[in-house]
Each structure stands twice: as C-alpha cells, then as structure tokens.
Design a protein. Structure first.
Length: 227
C-alpha cells in the first residue's frame, strides 16, 4: 500500500486530503510545516509527497530543494499544491524537481488521479536502464550525473529528465505535447514553448553534441545520430 505524506498548513485542506487518500487505499500522514515533515522523514520515507508552496517557516520550494539535494530523497515523487496559478510559478516548481502541479481550488478525484499517474511514471522509471550512452554523452540516472566527453555538466532537474527521456527513446519523434505530458506532468496546462526553451538550453549545455537533438518540422523533437 503506497504511503503519501501531505505538507499543508491549512488544517481543513490537510484533513480532506488525508481522508480522501485513505479512502482511495493509500496510507497517509499530514504535516503542518517543514520541520515536522523532515523529522518524520528521518524515520520513514513515503512513496510520494504532496507539498504546499505557502507554508509557515520554510516555504514549499525550499523544502523541495532540500528533498532534491539529498541523495536519500532526491528520487521521491513530489506534487506541488498551491493557490498560485501563473505559468511562471508552475514552471519554477516543476524545474526545481516537482513531478506535477495542482492548483487550489482542486477536485479531490483529480488529485487522486494525478497521484496515481505520478506513481505509475515513477514505477516505470525504476525499470528503465540506469546508464545511457550516445556519442560522447553519458547519463547515469541513479547518480543524476551527465558527462560530455567525460566532463560533467550541470543540468536542471527537468533538463535532466528531458535528456533522459529523449535518449531512452532514441530515433522516436516526440511532439511537444507528448514531451510536456511526460516531463512536466499529468495534463500540465503550460504553453508548449516551455519545451522549446528547455531544448534550446539543453543543446547549448551539450556543446557539439547538442546537434543530436533534432527538430522535426511541424512535429517536435527526436534524438538521432550526428550527420
């Protein structure tokens, strides 16, 4: 039975989420703020975290950054839950490593669906290849390291996920909509130009190997061999 932690300072929302999770077959625990959450995390790790952005003390993005910077928790799925709804806030949270983004007010069944979708994606990743190599690019998924000609490069969380997905599905053409769904989460409503921006920065960081990421006109992108 998957275990879900919910970090939400609004008691009524927190209790509603915990109740819905338990009725849907999950184990669930709630926390009002980050300190209480991290204290519990030292003893038991969940399968997924629902994290509000606006919290007393440390805000949600600070907590998310700590989760992603810790080797013991960096692969833990996180769904951001917040009243903020601008595209900038969504992309910021997603680029920092959240797996999905739910905006208040939300439907309980929608939240449960998104949780199940994230858990499915996470389960599939665990079965995937750990190390992918193409030309001079080497990606180690579990160590979260990418090297270009044996030199490490610094990628954001979503740049890493995007490169991994493209390498894992080499020679397959992906639409922008598919990449949005696979990398930025279930039914993410941001504009697909987000994909173009990330492809552009990823190509720059890969140097000469950036040409491996090919644009397929009027469709999207794929990774193929250098010409």
């Amino acid at each position: 039975m998957p275990k879900i932690y919910c970090v939400e300072d609004d008691e009524s929302i927190r209790e509603l989420i915990i109740y819905a999770l338990k009725n849907s077959g999950f184990e669930a625990e709630g926390f009002e703020e980050g300190e209480e959450f991290f204290s519990r995390l030292n003893f038991s790790k969940p399968d997924l975290v629902i994290l509000d952005l606006m919290l007393p003390g440390e805000d949600g993005l600070t907590i998310l950054r700590k989760i992603r910077n810790d080797a013991d928790t960096r692969e833990m799925p996180v769904i951001i839950l917040t009243a903020k709804s601008t595209e900038y806030d969504k992309v910021k949270g997603l680029d920092m490593g959240s797996d999905d983004y739910v905006t208040k007010p939300f439907g309980v069944m929608e939240l449960i669906s998104r949780i199940k979708a994230v858990l499915r994606r996470t389960s599939m990743k665990e079965k995937d290849e750990n190390v992918l190599i193409l030309e001079g690019i080497c990606l180690d998924y579990h160590k979260r390291i990418v090297t270009v000609d044996d030199e490490p490069i610094n990628l954001t969380y979503k740049e890493f996920e995007l490169l991994y997905y493209l390498l894992k599905n080499k020679d397959i053409v992906h639409t922008r909509e598919n990449l949005m769904n696979q990398i930025w989460g279930f039914d993410f409503e941001g504009e697909t130009r987000t994909v173009d921006v990330h492809i552009g920065t990823l190509r720059k960081k890969l140097g000469d190997y950036g040409e491996l990421i090919q644009t397929v006109r009027n469709v999207g992108y794929k990774v193929g061999e250098l010409n």
